[in-house]
Ligand binder design. Structure first.
Ligand code: FES
Length: 224
Protein backbone atom coordinates (compact mmCIF):
# COMPACT_ATOMS: atom_id res chain seq x y z
CA UNK A 1 0.00 0.00 0.00
CA UNK A 2 2.70 2.47 1.06
CA UNK A 3 4.68 2.24 -2.23
CA UNK A 4 1.41 2.77 -4.20
CA UNK A 5 0.69 6.00 -2.29
CA UNK A 6 4.27 7.10 -2.79
CA UNK A 7 4.03 6.39 -6.52
CA UNK A 8 0.73 8.27 -6.81
CA UNK A 9 2.22 11.28 -4.99
CA UNK A 10 5.27 11.19 -7.23
CA UNK A 11 3.11 11.01 -10.39
CA UNK A 12 0.88 13.81 -9.09
CA UNK A 13 3.90 16.05 -8.45
CA UNK A 14 5.36 15.53 -11.94
CA UNK A 15 1.97 15.90 -13.57
CA UNK A 16 1.51 19.33 -11.90
CA UNK A 17 5.06 20.31 -12.73
CA UNK A 18 4.42 19.42 -16.39
CA UNK A 19 1.13 21.41 -16.44
CA UNK A 20 2.82 24.50 -14.95
CA UNK A 21 5.63 24.29 -17.54
CA UNK A 22 3.14 24.02 -20.39
CA UNK A 23 1.09 26.98 -19.09
CA UNK A 24 4.24 29.14 -18.75
CA UNK A 25 5.39 28.20 -22.26
CA UNK A 26 1.96 29.06 -23.71
CA UNK A 27 1.95 32.36 -21.82
CA UNK A 28 5.39 33.29 -23.21
CA UNK A 29 4.33 32.27 -26.73
CA UNK A 30 1.12 34.35 -26.55
CA UNK A 31 3.10 37.38 -25.28
CA UNK A 32 5.53 37.04 -28.20
CA UNK A 33 2.68 36.79 -30.71
CA UNK A 34 0.93 39.82 -29.15
CA UNK A 35 4.12 41.87 -29.26
CA UNK A 36 4.79 40.93 -32.88
CA UNK A 37 1.18 41.67 -33.89
CA UNK A 38 1.43 45.04 -32.18
CA UNK A 39 4.55 45.74 -34.18
CA UNK A 40 3.06 44.66 -37.50
CA UNK A 41 0.11 47.02 -36.88
CA UNK A 42 2.55 49.87 -36.29
CA UNK A 43 4.39 49.09 -39.53
CA UNK A 44 1.16 49.02 -41.52
CA UNK A 45 0.10 52.35 -40.08
CA UNK A 46 3.14 54.02 -41.61
CA UNK A 47 2.15 52.82 -45.08
CA UNK A 48 -0.09 55.83 -45.57
CA UNK A 49 2.49 57.78 -47.55
CA UNK A 50 2.19 55.87 -50.81
CA UNK A 51 3.41 57.44 -54.01
CA UNK A 52 3.18 56.32 -57.61
CA UNK A 53 6.71 56.46 -58.89
CA UNK A 54 8.12 54.85 -62.04
CA UNK A 55 4.76 53.07 -62.53
CA UNK A 56 5.00 51.41 -59.09
CA UNK A 57 2.86 52.14 -56.04
CA UNK A 58 5.59 52.70 -53.50
CA UNK A 59 5.60 53.46 -49.81
CA UNK A 60 8.02 56.24 -49.00
CA UNK A 61 8.69 59.75 -47.83
CA UNK A 62 6.73 62.68 -49.23
CA UNK A 63 9.45 65.07 -48.04
CA UNK A 64 11.06 66.66 -51.12
CA UNK A 65 14.32 65.00 -52.15
CA UNK A 66 17.27 67.30 -51.49
CA UNK A 67 20.21 65.23 -52.75
CA UNK A 68 23.09 67.28 -54.16
CA UNK A 69 24.81 66.85 -57.57
CA UNK A 70 27.99 65.83 -55.67
CA UNK A 71 26.10 63.03 -53.92
CA UNK A 72 24.69 61.83 -57.24
CA UNK A 73 28.17 61.88 -58.81
CA UNK A 74 29.57 59.80 -55.93
CA UNK A 75 26.68 57.36 -56.18
CA UNK A 76 27.00 56.91 -59.95
CA UNK A 77 30.76 56.39 -59.68
CA UNK A 78 30.27 53.73 -57.02
CA UNK A 79 27.55 52.04 -59.05
CA UNK A 80 29.66 51.89 -62.22
CA UNK A 81 32.44 50.29 -60.15
CA UNK A 82 29.99 47.75 -58.66
CA UNK A 83 27.90 46.89 -61.70
CA UNK A 84 30.34 44.34 -63.16
CA UNK A 85 30.40 42.45 -59.86
CA UNK A 86 28.06 39.67 -58.86
CA UNK A 87 25.47 40.50 -56.18
CA UNK A 88 26.02 44.25 -56.62
CA UNK A 89 22.54 45.29 -55.49
CA UNK A 90 23.00 44.99 -51.71
CA UNK A 91 26.37 46.80 -51.50
CA UNK A 92 25.03 49.47 -53.86
CA UNK A 93 21.99 50.06 -51.64
CA UNK A 94 24.11 50.06 -48.50
CA UNK A 95 26.40 52.68 -50.04
CA UNK A 96 23.41 54.81 -51.08
CA UNK A 97 21.85 54.58 -47.64
CA UNK A 98 25.15 55.64 -46.05
CA UNK A 99 25.42 58.55 -48.49
CA UNK A 100 21.86 59.91 -48.19
CA UNK A 101 20.82 58.52 -44.80
CA UNK A 102 17.83 56.79 -46.43
CA UNK A 103 16.65 55.51 -49.79
CA UNK A 104 14.32 57.99 -51.46
CA UNK A 105 12.52 57.09 -54.71
CA UNK A 106 14.97 59.11 -56.80
CA UNK A 107 17.96 57.20 -55.44
CA UNK A 108 16.28 53.84 -55.94
CA UNK A 109 15.69 54.81 -59.56
CA UNK A 110 19.36 55.71 -60.13
CA UNK A 111 20.40 52.35 -58.66
CA UNK A 112 17.93 50.52 -60.92
CA UNK A 113 19.16 52.37 -64.03
CA UNK A 114 22.86 51.91 -63.33
CA UNK A 115 22.67 48.26 -62.29
CA UNK A 116 20.21 47.44 -65.05
CA UNK A 117 17.60 45.98 -62.69
CA UNK A 118 13.97 46.96 -62.30
CA UNK A 119 12.79 49.58 -59.84
CA UNK A 120 10.58 46.86 -58.35
CA UNK A 121 13.72 44.81 -57.59
CA UNK A 122 15.34 47.71 -55.73
CA UNK A 123 12.13 48.59 -53.89
CA UNK A 124 11.60 44.92 -52.97
CA UNK A 125 15.04 44.71 -51.32
CA UNK A 126 14.61 48.13 -49.66
CA UNK A 127 11.34 47.09 -48.04
CA UNK A 128 12.45 43.54 -47.15
CA UNK A 129 15.55 44.33 -45.09
CA UNK A 130 15.17 46.41 -41.95
CA UNK A 131 18.65 47.91 -42.42
CA UNK A 132 17.17 50.06 -45.19
CA UNK A 133 14.94 53.05 -44.55
CA UNK A 134 12.59 54.75 -46.99
CA UNK A 135 12.31 57.79 -44.74
CA UNK A 136 14.92 60.34 -43.67
CA UNK A 137 15.81 60.49 -39.99
CA UNK A 138 14.90 63.51 -37.87
CA UNK A 139 17.49 65.73 -36.23
CA UNK A 140 15.97 64.46 -32.98
CA UNK A 141 15.16 60.79 -33.42
CA UNK A 142 12.52 59.67 -30.94
CA UNK A 143 12.04 56.05 -29.95
CA UNK A 144 8.96 54.99 -28.04
CA UNK A 145 9.20 51.51 -26.59
CA UNK A 146 6.24 49.20 -27.26
CA UNK A 147 7.85 46.21 -25.55
CA UNK A 148 5.68 44.29 -23.09
CA UNK A 149 6.68 46.13 -19.87
CA UNK A 150 6.25 49.55 -21.48
CA UNK A 151 3.06 48.54 -23.27
CA UNK A 152 1.33 47.40 -20.08
CA UNK A 153 2.39 50.65 -18.42
CA UNK A 154 0.76 52.81 -21.07
CA UNK A 155 3.31 53.37 -23.87
CA UNK A 156 0.59 52.94 -26.53
CA UNK A 157 -1.14 56.10 -25.25
CA UNK A 158 2.19 57.93 -25.30
CA UNK A 159 2.84 56.69 -28.85
CA UNK A 160 -0.58 57.93 -29.95
CA UNK A 161 0.10 61.31 -28.38
CA UNK A 162 3.47 61.56 -30.17
CA UNK A 163 1.83 60.71 -33.50
CA UNK A 164 -0.80 63.36 -32.87
CA UNK A 165 1.72 66.04 -31.84
CA UNK A 166 4.16 65.33 -34.66
CA UNK A 167 1.66 64.33 -37.37
CA UNK A 168 3.74 61.28 -38.32
CA UNK A 169 3.80 57.53 -37.75
CA UNK A 170 6.63 55.19 -36.83
CA UNK A 171 9.54 55.26 -39.32
CA UNK A 172 8.68 58.74 -40.59
CA UNK A 173 9.98 62.21 -39.86
CA UNK A 174 8.39 65.65 -39.74
CA UNK A 175 8.39 67.88 -42.84
CA UNK A 176 11.06 70.12 -41.27
CA UNK A 177 13.11 67.00 -40.45
CA UNK A 178 13.35 68.09 -36.84
CA UNK A 179 11.73 64.99 -35.31
CA UNK A 180 11.73 61.38 -36.43
CA UNK A 181 9.64 58.70 -34.72
CA UNK A 182 10.30 55.00 -34.22
CA UNK A 183 8.17 52.52 -32.30
CA UNK A 184 10.76 50.14 -30.84
CA UNK A 185 10.96 46.89 -28.97
CA UNK A 186 12.48 46.65 -25.47
CA UNK A 187 15.40 49.05 -25.03
CA UNK A 188 16.55 47.39 -21.80
CA UNK A 189 15.20 49.92 -19.29
CA UNK A 190 12.02 48.08 -18.25
CA UNK A 191 12.29 49.35 -14.65
CA UNK A 192 11.56 52.86 -15.99
CA UNK A 193 8.61 51.80 -18.18
CA UNK A 194 7.14 53.37 -20.21
CA UNK A 195 10.34 54.55 -21.84
CA UNK A 196 11.05 57.07 -24.59
CA UNK A 197 14.46 57.90 -26.07
CA UNK A 198 15.60 60.99 -27.97
CA UNK A 199 18.93 60.53 -29.80
CA UNK A 200 19.85 57.94 -27.21
CA UNK A 201 18.85 60.00 -24.13
CA UNK A 202 16.44 57.93 -22.06
CA UNK A 203 13.23 59.34 -20.54
CA UNK A 204 11.45 57.02 -18.10
CA UNK A 205 7.89 56.88 -16.76
CA UNK A 206 6.70 59.10 -19.59
CA UNK A 207 3.06 60.09 -19.94
CA UNK A 208 1.12 61.76 -22.79
CA UNK A 209 1.45 65.07 -20.88
CA UNK A 210 5.15 64.75 -20.11
CA UNK A 211 6.12 63.97 -23.73
CA UNK A 212 4.47 67.20 -24.82
CA UNK A 213 6.82 69.07 -22.48
CA UNK A 214 9.86 67.05 -23.64
CA UNK A 215 9.12 67.86 -27.30
CA UNK A 216 8.57 71.53 -26.45
CA UNK A 217 12.03 71.64 -24.80
CA UNK A 218 13.69 70.31 -27.99
CA UNK A 219 11.68 72.71 -30.19
CA UNK A 220 12.60 75.70 -28.06
CA UNK A 221 16.29 74.68 -28.19
CA UNK A 222 16.01 75.08 -32.01
CA UNK A 223 14.21 78.42 -31.76
CA UNK A 224 17.10 79.98 -29.78
S1 FES B 1 9.82 46.88 -22.51
FE1 FES B 1 10.30 48.98 -22.75
S2 FES B 1 12.27 49.13 -21.94
FE2 FES B 1 11.85 47.03 -21.77
Amino acid sequence: MYPAVKLTGFAFFWYNYFVVCVVLAIDEFVRDIAETAQFVCVCFQSAHTQTIFGGLVMKGSTIPFDGTPEQEKQLREKLSELKTKEGALMPAMQFAQELYGYLPFEVQQIIAEELNVTLADVYGVATFYSQFSLYPKGKYQIGICLGTACYVNGSQAVYEKLQQLLGIHSGECTEDRLFGLDATRCVGCCGMAPVMTVNGDVYGKVTPDSVEKILAAYSSKEAR
